[in-house]
Design a protein around this ligand. Sequence first.
Ligand code: SF4
Ligand code: SF4
Length: 315
Amino acid sequence: MNSVFGSDYREIEETTNGIVFNIEHFHVHDGEGIRTNVFLKGCNLHCPWCCNPESISPDPQIAFYKKFCTGCGKCQNICPQHCIEITGDGKSRTDRSRCIACGACEKVCPHGARELFGHRMNVAEVMEDVEKDSFYFMNSDGGMTLSGGETCLQPEFARALIEAAHRRYIPVALETAGAVRWENLWKVAELADEILFDLKTTKTEHFAQVGNIFLKKVLNNLHNLTVNGKIITVRCPIIPNFNDTAEHLENVAKIATDFGIKKIDLLPFHQFGRHKYEAIERAYCLKEYPEMEHSKVEAMADCLRKRGFQVSVGG
Ligand code: SF4
Ligand code: SF4
């Protein structure tokens, strides 16, 4: 572990910061054992199936859950930007062009109708929360998982979080889609104990639908991680009528074999994030899309298992 030891590490942890949109405890799919997932905000891909749409913008943003709003007006009274009004249907409405994401309305809303996604946190603050689970990490070989968003878009912060975790003897899994410059990917991945590499699709023309980056570059990054000795799980979202095909499965198996990767996670498309699109007023083109049938994904997993891969479904 290439950690920064020394008397000044506290100052480093208190002065290095980034935007976090969630910290979730007791995950079991995102790395070994019991995990605490730290979600970093900001993503450079635009996968239409994203179940964390609040992760996409790099900036904090306010979400509004209309069904919980009673129109009490407390948010309107506190808003320093005067950008909230109570409309004719007895609900509040926010002029997002003037909102500065201060979070004041979230604090006063008595019904949980408002939620601020994204808080600037320093490394010490994140670790204070993560460390609460140290007992569970020790007893399950678990640890912290950095997720997103794209973790490597905040490379200094992500690296500092890994260093801080290692100072506390907490292992770290890093989730990334690898669609970033190698320098930034390696700045973070170098220290991670395991990598969860999200391989969105294996067809060049499909990849153009999720990002302004070439699949070839992503695969080069994946290859570079393997030649640098990183422990990698390839994670593949399985989307109906997009990549739920034998051809895709074959491509995944070939890439994993060529790169010496043994572990594959298949992530069936679901609709759990649907309500968040509405809450942040982001268009969602897969609103009516069918969820991926688990039996079909299990059959895909079995095909890979028969070829010697360690496969899990979900995550
Ligand atoms: S986050 Fe702040 S600026 Fe935005 S609507 Fe709420 S109170 Fe107003
Ligand atoms: S404080 Fe909450 S419940 Fe009251 S108007 Fe605002 S969003 Fe609605």
